[in-house]
Design a protein around this ligand. Structure first.
Ligand code: GRF
Length: 203
């Protein structure tokens, strides 16, 4: 499975994929890493691993659609089977998503459908929930609204702030993303009409 990764920042989820591949527990290749921020640490992680890394500045384009057209042209060049948004903080335009239906996934730090968008850990604290976590879902034009593939749950503990909660969730994000990509790479999961299909069975 050829993977293209999109990342805007630190890139610890990308690193989890690279480490799993390196350690032989994930049969895949990361063939390109792309960012909307030239300073993203994720780009350096890719270069350190000998993977082509590219950033495009949204400011250089007249519209979101124009930026996404250029970005996804560059992504298409590396011929990925799967596109993984790993801490990619920009909305992707509907046209770019529709053209790659079922081939783009995202990791989001909440138990979707709860707490879409930004500041999810603070949202969870403000809502007073006892459990929080992360979700991997297929990307559709609906922001953080595509079918959920897998989730990891953590407790919200007394005294938590957004940082302690984020750290607890992040620890679970890494294995969650690796495991989900493993299933996708093995062809065990697909996006059916409007739901996730596991081993040929709608779930
Ligand atoms: C993660 O919490 C991810 O779920 C969210 O942004 C964070 C990115 O972390 N969308 P990293 O760049 O993978 O370290």
């Amino acid at each position: 499975c050829r993977i293209a990764a999109l990342a805007s920042g630190r890139g610890s989820n990308l690193q989890a994929l690279l480490d799993a591949i390196d350690g032989g527990s994930l049969a895949a290749q990361v063939v390109g890493v792309f960012s909307d921020r030239s300073k993203a640490a994720a780009l350096q992680r890719a270069r350190d691993a000998g993977i082509p890394a590219r950033s495009l500045s949204p400011k250089a384009f007249a519209s979101r659609a124009a930026f996404d057209a250029a970005l996804f042209d560059a992504i298409d060049e590396v011929q990925p089977d799967l596109i993984v948004c790993a801490g990619y903080m920009r909305l992707i335009s509907g046209g770019a998503v529709d053209a790659r239906r079922g081939r783009i996934i995202n990791i989001h730090p909440s138990l979707l459908p709860a707490f879409k968008g930004l500041h999810t850990h603070q949202q969870a604290l403000d809502a007073g929930v006892a459990e929080h976590g992360a979700s991997v879902h297929f990307v559709t034009p609906d922001l953080d609204g595509g079918p959920v593939i897998a989730q990891a749950r953590v407790p919200v503990l007394p005294g938590d702030d957004a940082d302690t909660l984020a750290a607890r969730v992040l620890e679970r994000e890494h294995p969650l993303l690796v495991e989900t990509v493993r299933w996708l790479a093995a062809g065990r999961i697909a996006l059916a009409e409007d739901a996730v299909q596991v081993d040929g069975v709608a779930g």
